[in-house]
Design a protein around this ligand. Structure first.
Ligand code: ADP
Ligand code: MG
Length: 257
């Protein structure tokens, strides 16, 4: 029996900043449609992994495949050849990322924020891009904000626009890096509602770095616990949250739960 090719495959991924080793040989397989939560202490390499998946950082070793395509290098006549900028851009198009800080374009309306990349990068016509934007704004509960400027929105609304904007490129994989961490507590809920909807009602592949443990437990198929640049432990939400094997995982959960 063969299992399906993972949509994300990571092998022996390493990353250093000077003397600091941030990722120490990560191996990860994520199947299409899987919802994976990444938890772990600050500085354990969670954002570095996501940034590397998004091609924003180059690894020092190892490789990433997205839907079977190697990201950083090819075998060509038996030699390793570095990926070109064109190749990286093509791989990057399969992924969408939402950050802790929303980074909306301030001089554009909500709708223009969402339609820009599909038109510029994918050559969609304005009509099609606008249709998509309307559908996505409806999904994130902001149909009435299409013509508003970001400055007029709350943090929670901005983050929901950022999610819609990433989704507008029809990525195969969505990466979320602590998207609720910068929000006022009363605004966290509305963003989690959108993520929950995506997780439960779509077959989008999702990788979420989060400190919202109850949320991770609710929506994740699998939880990865990061510690010092390694996946120290992985398992179902029940395994990780109810009966973690590792002392470090237990200790971490004690401090955040
Ligand atoms: P996490 O997201 O788990 O909190 P990060 O991946 O952001 O962790 O960072 C892991 C480690 O790498 C931290 O010690 C951080 O200070 C360091 N780091 C991240 N980015 C850089 C950078 N551009 N230059 C130097 N050190 C960095
Ligand atoms: Mg981080």
């Amino acid at each position: 029996m063969t299992s399906a090719q993972p949509i994300v495959r990571v092998r022996e991924l390493t990353k250093r900043y000077g003397d600091l080793t941030v990722l120490r040989g990560l191996d990860i397989d994520i199947q299409a449609g899987e919802k994976v939560a990444i938890i772990g202490p600050s500085g354990s390499g969670k954002s570095t992994l996501l940034r590397m998946l998004m091609t924003l950082e180059e690894p020092d070793g190892g490789e990433i495949w997205i839907d079977g395509t190697p990201m950083w290098s090819y075998e060509q006549n038996g030699a390793r050849v570095a990926a070109s900028e064109t190749h990286l851009r093509q791989v990057r198009e399969k992924l969408g990322m939402v950050f802790q800080h929303f980074n909306l374009f301030p001089h554009m309306t909500v709708q223009q924020n969402i339609t820009l990349a599909p038109q510029l990068v994918r050559g969609e016509n304005g009509g099609a891009a606008t249709e998509t934007a309307k559908r996505l704004l409806d999904m994130v509960g902001l149909a009435d904000k299409a013509n508003a400027y970001p400055a007029k929105l709350s943090g929670g609304q901005k983050q929901r626009v950022a999610i819609a904007r990433a989704m507008a490129m029809s990525p195969q994989v969505m990466l979320f890096d602590e998207v609720t961490s910068a929000l006022d507590p009363e605004l966290v809920h509305e963003v989690l509602m959108v993520l929950r909807k995506l997780a439960l009602e779509t077959d989008m592949t999702m990788l979420l770095v989060t400190h919202e443990m109850a949320f991770a437990r609710e929506i994740a198929d699998r939880v990865l616990f990061f510690d010092q640049g390694r996946i120290l432990e992985s398992g179902s939400p029940d395994e990780i949250f109810t009966s973690p094997r590792e002392a470090r995982t237990q200790q971490f959960l004690h401090t955040v739960l």
